[in-house]
Write a protein that binds this ligand. Sequence first.
Ligand code: BV8
Ligand code: ZN
Length: 241
Amino acid sequence: MPNGLTILDVRDRIREAQSVTVLTGAGISADSGVPTFRGTEGLWKNFRPEELASPEAFARDPKLVWEWYNWRRELLATKRPNAAHEALAQLEKQLPDFWVITQNVDGLHTMAGTQRLSEIHGNIWKIRCTQCHHVRHNHDVPVEFPPTCVDCGGLLRPHIVWFGEPLAPEDLECSYAALHRCDILVIIGTSGAVYPAASFAPVAKDHGAFVVELNVEATPISSMVDVSFQGRAKELVPLLL
Ligand code: BV8
Ligand code: ZN
């Protein structure tokens, strides 16, 4: 209980806030049974990120990259939002200004009913043409290889931001606007290892926000926030919100 603040004190601050922004990472979906990226059971345990989640990897071996995404789509097709995703979707209905920025590509915030959302690393249920760049929803499990564009015949890829690729300008714009105007930023279940999301806490703090972290363990973000609570997202988020 750093700063002497309890989770119920923070809940009261959120109730009084005009504007709340939430940043989520893989930890919020861990409670739905989705593997996180880093850590002992993480998705990167057997692969280096640049071997699979980079434009170079896709250019070198698109079949391998699609196999990895098909494996993840198969797993995600069985997963549902948990109490943390649902609490955020409820809060959206109660606050005048609320925005969720997620690094997750699993689509669980949308499934829970969140609408004011930036999926800054993309969405695994969308695919994009490498030639004409058209984006489409696609729920096939698996996606047959090689998937091709009905418009131009180009090879399709996951609509996901890989390492070394820029985030979509409209997502960055919405995210920074939400970070600049919020009274409170709540950061849930992210290791703070991937930029630019790792810099969102100081950005909001510099603009005067009160910053709260919820995670099962301390992270590089913990030392820069106003208060950090340790516990599982599905237990802490409903209490806080
Ligand atoms: C860009 C998609 C510019 C794949 C992902 C050196 C310094 C600074 C930056 C860089 C640098 N070197 C390179 C960079 C840039 C690079 C970067 O940040 N690299 C890092 C590794 C240093 N970033 C980029 O390349 C970004 N682009 O910068 O563009 C640019 C500009 C112009 C032109 C060209 C380029 C693009 C980033 C790409 C991100 N994509 N992967 C896929 O998903 O298929 S990142 C991957 O990590 C996921 O997307 C994921 O969302 C993201 C973040 O991870 P987390 O969500 O935090 O997950 P993690 O497993 O790490 O942690 C889980 C946490 O949950 C833990 O803390 C754990 O304790 C907690 N937890 C667990 N269970 C629970 C829990 N908490 C609560 N409850 C629980 N139950
Ligand atoms: Zn095309």
